[in-house]
Design a protein around this ligand. Sequence first.
Ligand code: CTP
Length: 411
Amino acid sequence: MSEAPNASEPLHVIVGVSGGIAAYKACHVVRDFKEQGADVRVIPTENALRFVGAATFEALSGNTVETGVFSRVDEVQHVRLGQEADLVVVAPATADFLARVAAGRADDLLTTTILVATCPVVLAPAMHTEMWLNPATQANVETLRNRGITVLEPAHGRLTGKDTGPGRLPESHVIAELARTVQRTAAFSPSLAGKRVLISAGGTQENVDPVRFIGNRSSGRQGYALGDIAAQRGAQVTIVAGATDQLEPPSGAEIVRVRSTRDMRDAMVERAPESDIIIMAAAVADFRPETEADTKLKKGQADEALSVIQLTENPDILKTLVQMRDAGQTRATVIGFAAETDNELDYGREKLRRKGADMLMVNSVAGGGVFGQSRNRGWLLSADGGQEEIPDGTKHEVAVRIWDAVERRLR
Ligand code: CTP
C-alpha cells in the first residue's frame, strides 16, 4: 500500500497523456485530482499535444508541462518526477503507448518517469476495439499486469466514428476514483476472470399513480462500485439497476434498468442461473400500493387516495435467489446487504440466518450516513460464522475489501 508521505503533504499525482482522440478527457482527470487537493503534474507525449495544448494542462494543473528529457536537465527531472510521485495515471493510454511501456522504453519524459516510478501506476487504455483485442496489445497488457501495473479495462460503447465495442476511455471521474483506489489499496489483477457477476443496485420504486411513487434514498453507489471493481478484476458484470443518482455505470458492465421490486426480481431470477456470484446491494421497497391509479390523484379525491395507498408486501428477492441456489437452479454464491441503524451485528447475524445468504454486508446507517454518501463502513458476515470489519472508506475501497473476502471464500 502506498500512502502520501504524511497527512499535511498533498498527494503527488502525475497525469500522463498519450496521443489519442480521448486526450481531452485527461483535462477532467486533472481537475478531479486538483479538486481532491492533489498536486498534479501533467506529462503529455509529443502526440498528445497535437490534441490538447500544453497551455490547457498548465492552467488546469498549475504546473509547467514538458514532454522531453532534455528540458531542465539540471534538475534531472526525468528521474525526480518519478521518484517523487505517489501515483501515476495515464489517460488515455494508446496501443502504441502500452507497447512502449511494456517494452521498457524510455524515449520521452513520460516513459522515463514510469520506469523510475515505484508508486502505483494506472494506465487507462483507449483505442479502437480491433486494436484493443489484437493479440499484440493483449500480450502487452498481460506483460504490464504481471509487472504490477494496473491496466484498466476499457469501457464499452461508442468510439470515434460509428463503431462501438470495448475500447472507450472510462469517464474521467471513474478513472480518478479507480486510480485513487489502486493507490490506497492494491493493484487490480484479473482475479475474477471467467466469473459472471450479477449485482442489483439502487432503489426500487412503486407507482402510486402516473406521477407519484414510493421510493427510497439509495444512490446505487455501492452497487456500482462493486461492479466497477469486479469488472476491473476481469469479471463479466451485469448490473440490474433501479433508481440511481446520475451515476456513470461501471465501464464494461451490462446495465439492465428496472423500476419496481417485481421487475427487479424478474431480471435477477432470469440471470441467476448463469451467474457465479450474486450481490443484492439494492435497497428494495418491501411494500407497494395495492392498486396503482390510472390517472393522477387529485386533491379532492381523498377517499380514493387513501384506498390506493393501502400497501401490500413485495416479494423478497434475496430469499427467492437463495431458494434457487438451494434448489440447484444456480451455482452462485449469494450475498446480501443490510442497512441497520443500531445493534448492527446482532440484527445482521439474525438477518443472514433468516435470509439464508452465504454472506451479508451490514452497513451502519445511523444518522443518515451511507445513503447517497461516497463512504461506507460495516461488517461482512458469512454463514459459517466468519466476521470481518470493513473499515470506513470510499465505496470503491469498501468494494475492494468485499471482493477480497468473497474471493478468499471462493478459493
Ligand atoms: N431484499 C430483497 N427483497 C426485499 C427486501 C430486501 O431482496 N423485498 C434484500 C436487500 O437487497 C438486501 C437484503 O435483502 O440485500 C436485506 O435488506 P433489508 O432492507 O436490510 O432487510 P429487510 O428484509 O427489508 O428487513 P428489515 O426491513 O426487517 O430490516
